[in-house]
Write a new protein. Structure first.
Length: 547
């Protein structure tokens, strides 16, 4: 028997444990190290160029070229992924390159199937940074209309299929009018064919994205074959096709049989859910360092959204029952039965949404300054609108105004379909996880004191550096004599830089400067001297963004 309170308690407890171990990650691969690095001036011609990314990159549709100022290619044409480290791409260079400026044009497909490309300038010999003609840049894929349409159709048809099958399996307890049941099953069958079509079209669509080609060129099957052989997306797509073949047999059975066979309906629901689980392996969540929990949360979030939207479609299809006095199915009681499930679904959506939000949006400013943040805000706003519609529908049933359900149910459904459009865009936008924002981290100095380091805005250029020392009770400590910061670049060729922070008040030390002079990963050594001449060294690691 279904006990929503026990399930809610379990999910809440499980989520508390999960949030104790946050897993931040950003979709779309970005560079953590390049040889040569951006605007580096080399004394002699290098033998090869090498770029390392923050995640593994896919073996298909990658390229690495080195061009001189005139656009002439000067590499050996042997671009490849390092056999020992699949997050590194490299290529050899022609020997004895003349003095001048050069550009590395690179393109890779990140672990979640999103292409990323960019340019890294460098110089050889007698050339200054100011003479570098090309500016460094990096960009990820932005969702185009074909992707939005195809994957929206996939989400909508998936929601109708999964929602209707879920509603018939877990909410409806009795048979209903034959005419409505025929219509109900007909819509299930139609949604299956639309779902199949959208998944099939996803393969050539992904080929146009990863290979950066038009739909006309994708008809050359070599691109599709390469995608199936070399990409993780291709393997997931084949699994989805197998699931859809199995789903065809169960769908045919439940549509054809006059009697409700619980096993077939539930099997169809779980196969449809398996299709969503496979989809989660091509989402942003797969880029996490430890992807299991993010993938499961992404799957549960999408499953909850599709069940909610699809169940609304079921309620609209069955709405005529509300006006039939001799109906075996009590429409009002059916709505009440779904309400318990609705509470659980909303709870799952809120918990998984918050988890993803903390993973993908690491600063408050990025909610308003990035495309990902703004689309996420719009999605949350519409989610609240759906909740308001749901409350209205519930109150109508409580106040015997259920005859007015028609417009409010359709309004809730239309809002849900719009949310699915935003969901498609979000799953294909670069996240806001790597957006510049303050670096703030606290560490224990000793058993009695803690040091909080703040670097704002954490960009290459002028930053504000602040160290605050407090005791166990949270009061500013007066035992510290001096705080020294040493900035150590991890992958860049520049040397270390050290600065002593002047004390501005009890327990607070502050300065500003250009000590972080290049984007990339840095190690920060904090040397603390107390008034008893005891010294402590703490180490922090941060990623510095472009200004």
């Amino acid at each position: 028997m279904y006990h929503p309170k026990k399930l809610i308690f379990f999910i809440t407890f499980f989520t508390f444990i999960i949030f104790s171990f946050p897993d931040y990650y950003s979709a779309h691969a970005y560079i953590v190290k390049s040889i040569p690095f951006e605007n580096q001036i080399l004394k002699t011609s290098p033998k090869k160029v090498r770029i390392e990314f923050d995640e593994t990159i896919q073996t298909g549709f990658h390229s690495l070229r080195v061009l001189d100022m005139n656009g002439k290619q000067v590499d050996q044409g042997d671009s490849h992924i390092d056999s020992k480290n699949s997050s590194i791409i490299e290529c050899g260079l022609k020997p004895d390159l003349p003095d001048g400026t050069y550009r590395i044009d690179w393109k890779v497909v990140s672990n979640d199937g999103h292409p990323v490309e960019g340019v890294i300038p460098f110089g050889v010999g007698q050339v200054s940074v100011d003479q570098t003609t090309f500016k460094a840049k990096s960009k990820g894929y932005f969702p185009q209309l074909d992707l939005i349409v195809i994957r929206w159709i996939q989400f909508v048809s998936g929601s109708v299929y999964i929602g209707l099958v879920f509603f018939r399996s877990f909410v409806i307890k009795h048979a209903f009018v034959l005419q409505l049941e025929h219509r109900y099953k007909k819509i299930i069958l139609s949604s299956y064919w639309l779902l199949l079509l959208s998944v099939v079209l996803n393969l050539p669509l992904q080929a146009t994205i990863e290979a950066d080609i038009t739909w006309n060129k994708v008809m050359n099957y070599s691109y599709i074959i390469d995608l199936l052989k070399t990409s993780f997306f291709g393997k997931v797509w084949m699994i989805q096709i197998i699931i859809l073949i199995l789903l065809f047999f169960t769908t045919s059975r439940l549509v054809r049989d006059k009697e409700k066979i619980d096993l077939i309906w539930k099997l169809s629901f779980f196969l449809g859910s398996g299709l969503l689980l496979a989809k989660a392996f091509t989402s942003h969540a797969f880029s996490a360092e430890h992807p299991f929990i993010p993938i499961m949360f992404d799957f549960l979030h999408l499953l909850g959204a599709l069940i909610w939207t699809g169940s609304l479609m079921a309620m609209i299809i069955l709405l005529p029952l509300n006006r039939m006095e001799d109906s075996k199915l009590d429409y009002k009681q059916m709505i009440r039965s779904f309400f318990n499930w609705g509470i659980l679904i909303v709870l799952v959506l809120v918990i998984t949404g918050i988890y993803s939000g903390f993973s993908f949006v690491t600063t408050l400013d990025s909610l308003f300054t990035t495309n990902y943040g703004r689309v996420l805000l719009a999605k949350v706003s519409l989610f609240i609108v759906m909740l308001i519609f749901a409350i209205i529908n519930f109150l109508k049933g409580k106040t015997n105004k259920e005859k007015q359900w028609d417009n409010s149910l359709k309004g809730e459904l239309m809002t849900g379909f719009i949310v699915l459009v935003l969901a498609v865009i979000l799953t294909n936008l670069p996240t806001a996880a790597s957006t510049p924002g303050p670096f703030i981290e606290t560490k224990n100095l000793n058993k009695d004191e803690r040091v909080t380091v703040k670097i704002d805005p954490r960009v290459a250029g002028i930053n504000h550096f602040e160290a605050t020392i407090k005791d166990k009770s949270g009061k500013a400590s007066n035992s510290i004599q001096q705080v020294t910061l040493t900035f150590i670049p991890i992958e860049m060729g520049s040397g270390e830089d050290t600065v002593i922070l002047p004390q501005i008040s009890v327990g607070r030390f502050y300065s500003q400067g250009m000590n972080l002079n290049a984007p990339g990963h840095w190690k920060l050594k904090v040397h603390v001297l107390n008034r008893d001449f005891k010294t402590y060294d703490l180490y922090y690691f941060l990623n510095v963004e472009k200004q």
